[in-house]
Design a protein. Sequence first.
Length: 141
Amino acid sequence: MNGRTFIDTNVLIYAHDTDAKAKHAAAKSILRELWSERRGVLSPQVLQEFYVNVTKKIPHPLSKESARLVVSTYAIWCIETTSVEISNAFRIEDESRIGFWDALIVASALKSGASRILSEDMNAGQTIGGIRIENPFARTR
């Protein structure tokens, strides 16, 4: 598939949560492929949510130092979020009837030129603003 792929927080978390078993393996594979093809993209929101969750909320939390290293590694994938994306997220939230934080992910993905969003939490199969939402873990349950 051509185009960029926007990674939602849960994909990044699973890639670093060894207790996630099949999802861990799938997420690592996805990120490895996107890294080698230079097609991955995410937002500061994703990196912030990742850091909080992997240092506090997973069964075997990462050290702050390890989590910060992951954040700095993936920072090159980061698309800047501005007040324009926030305004777009308000519109997307209303039009698509999704929560604000998911709408902000979509707005950031739109800005990045992504053709798809990989997310376990959003509505797989839905297309918003021309971006298809896919659940990369649908087969790993």
